[in-house]
Design a protein around this ligand. Structure first.
Ligand code: RIB
Length: 330
């Protein structure tokens, strides 16, 4: 079956242009429109009329596609989305994508066939053309967290870069003299921005070296291994900023296994603000994201788009907060 992408390729235009011609919304010059119509005819392209036909019909269902709900960050997002959706009469279908693009595409196809009213997507594999394809099929979409920095749909994310700088400033303030960073997978914009915020905060110090940054894969196990690798490189590190709380929990365990005291010898701070940081010993300092608010806002923005039929793309960047606890108290 030819897709909107095939039409765009044959006509030599973007998916968004094809979508504007099909939906007759937005300006397209006559020549371009003719080229698109010719390509549609040549390919015998049928817009997904079922999904479009249903644009006016609502099923009272929204989908929430998350990378991995075994990471405590995401259940709080899911809880907030459900609380808002339920109040407004919507059911939520939860999908785990494991950040795998193919799995996400399968879900999108499945969701489109299930005639859902809209999708909230926390993904780092979603491409701009996927967004345009869903817009062309009138499936309202809100992307959060591991989102494209900007695009043709509403995006809700935290100020990751500023949060990283806040973490470093805090460690400097308590007297740390050599600070390291355990970073998440760099294909994720959240991890990338936090690493950039760290690097730009410390690169002017004489002790700075790129070897002070070690991958921890956003996991507990990754944090344990990364902190041991870090200390084997730089035994004199006395402050560590971890790109998420799971790595900070792992780093805490790894330092304990090395017989290194937190915070006396090494101060530790994470990022996210998941509740597990309150039950570690010592309790973990963190840069808290407004996780529940992100989920609430995502659901509100999506449902507003569904009910109004208007897809007004907007970027929402939410502030983060420094939570000081025992792991960085000096
Ligand atoms: O801990 C999971 C991480 O993935 C969080 O920092 C969240 O921002 C997401 O990007």
């Amino acid at each position: 079956m030819p897709t909107i992408r095939d039409v765009a390729r044959l006509a030599g235009v973007s998916v968004a242009t094809v979508s504007r011609v099909i939906n007759q919304n937005g300006y397209v010059n006559k020549d371009t429109e003719q080229k698109v119509r010719k390509a549609i005819e040549q390919l015998q392209y049928m817009p997904n009329s079922v999904a479009r036909g249903l644009a006016g019909k609502q099923t009272g269902t929204i989908a929430l596609i998350l990378p991995d709900i075994s990471n405590p960050f995401f259940p709080e997002i899911a809880r907030a989305v459900e609380d808002v959706a339920q109040k407004q009469g919507y059911t939520v279908i939860l999908c785990n994508s494991d950040d795998q693009g193919q799995k996400e595409q399968t879900y999108i196809e499945m969701l489109r066939k299930k005639y859902i009213d809209g999708i909230i997507f926390a993904s780092n594999t979603l491409r701009e053309e996927d967004v345009q394809q869903m817009q062309a099929n009138k499936i309202p979409l809100v992307v959060l967290d591991r989102a494209l920095a900007s695009g043709s749909c509403s995006v809700i994310r935290s100020r990751n870069y500023e949060g990283a700088k806040l973490a470093v400033e805090h460690l400097l303030q308590i007297g740390c003299r050599k600070i390291a960073h355990l970073y998440g997978p760099q294909e994720m914009i959240t991890a990338k921005e936090r690493m950039l915020g760290f690097e730009e905060s410390v690169m002017h110090f004489p002790w700075y070296s790129p070897s002070l940054m070690v991958p921890g894969y956003f996991s507990v196990e990754g944090g344990i291994a990364a902190v041991k690798e870090l200390l084997s490189r730089h035994r004199d590190v006395d402050g560590i900023f971890c790109g998420n709380d799971l790595m900070a929990i792992g780093a805490l365990k790894g330092l304990h296994q090395l017989g290194i005291r937190v915070p006396d010898e090494v101060a530790l701070i994470g990022f996210d603000g998941i509740s597990l940081t309150q039950i570690t010993q010592p309790e973990l300092s963190t840069i808290a994201q407004p996780i529940y608010d992100m989920g609430t806002l995502a659901a509100q923005v999506l449902i507003a788009a569904i009910t109004s039929g208007e897809l007004q793309p907007k970027l929402y960047e939410l502030d983060v907060t420094l939570i000081e606890r025992e792991s960085s108290k000096r």
